[in-house]
Unconditional design. Structure first.
Ligand code: 9MG
Length: 278
């Protein structure tokens, strides 16, 4: 059955329409906007601009998870992320924090984060407990390997069955620890230990993932798979990203994680008008 509501701290999202999560990487080395928002003032301006454009959530990341990225010190991640979470949460923005570290999760939730977005699906010791002790939403992402090496030789017996099985198991572990079903989102993790062929199988199969009953988040914005299809560089992939977002939503994705919030919302409005016949 299609989930109706997503609860993230003090925010409750109606899932009758797709949600848009705006991306804010405050790292010096993210693949698309690396370094652009390392200055906290610029980062805050960018987050507020995405909010004004209509983003439902803003996802802040202080450690790059792009292929080949090396880990950063926890103290650096905290220093990059927490002041922004405090400022945006005080504005009433629903802030998601992209982190794999339980210490950062706890600090982010204390600072007002509404969601924890973990590309390691809360597998670090203490991560599930850190989220269970709060009302925050959680996004559980499938990743094969770890960012430094994950794109070297990803292999699966059956990519859809493997990803689906992993995500359902992680969601069950979260529920067993006390995280309500209405707080859980799953994400196949496009580009996280996947070839273009794997990503396309997963994108075509969003309906199978959505049939688990958990809302599905899709993050394909400006990713290298879109570059492989179009031959465009990261900065030139907005049209491809819009097409990917629409393909995902048409197959049942509940949330799209994007760099281009205004343009994605326009595309979704046209799609919704066609679907509803208005
Ligand atoms: C942090 N991050 C980078 N890519 C992502 C994706 O596809 N999904 C989610 N949830 N987070 C992502």
């Amino acid at each position: 059955m299609k989930p109706l509501v997503l609860r993230c701290g003090r925010h409750a999202f109606d899932l009758a329409r797709p949600l848009v999560m705006g991306i804010l990487n405050v790292t010096p080395d993210s693949f698309s906007d690396g370094g652009r928002y390392a200055d906290p003032r610029r980062a805050l301006e960018r987050a507020r601009a995405m909010r004004d454009d209509g983003a439902d959530l803003i996802d802040i990341g202080g450690e790059s998870t792009r292929p080949g990225a090396s880990p950063v010190a926890e103290s650096d991640e905290l220093a990059r992320v927490i002041p922004l979470v405090e400022a945006l949460a005080a504005d009433g923005v629903a802030v998601s924090v992209d982190t794999r570290r339980p210490g950062v999760m706890r600090a982010a939730i204390a600072a007002g984060a509404a969601m924890i977005n973990d590309v390691a699906a809360l597998t670090a010791p203490g991560a599930v407990e850190a989220c269970a002790a709060s009302e925050a939403g959680v996004c559980l992402v499938h990743m094969q390997g770890e960012p430094r090496t994950m794109q070297q030789a990803p292999t699966y017996a059956d990519v859809l069955a493997d990803v689906r099985g992993f995500l359902v198991d992680r969601a069950a572990a979260c529920e067993a620890a006390g995280i309500a079903r209405e707080r859980i989102v799953i994400d196949p993790g496009f580009g996280f230990g996947k070839t273009l062929a794997h990503n396309l199988v997963l994108l075509r199969s969003i309906a199978t993932l959505a049939a688990t009953g958990y809302p599905v988040l899709v993050g394909l914005s400006r990713k290298s798979s879109l570059g492989a299809i179009t031959g465009r560089s990261a900065g030139e992939r907005m049209p491809a990203s819009l097409a990917a977002a629409l393909a995902a939503v048409a197959r049942g994705a509940a949330i799209v994680r994007v760099h281009d919030v205004r343009e994605t919302l326009d595309a979704l409005k046209v799609w919704a008008a066609v679907e509803s016949g208005t």
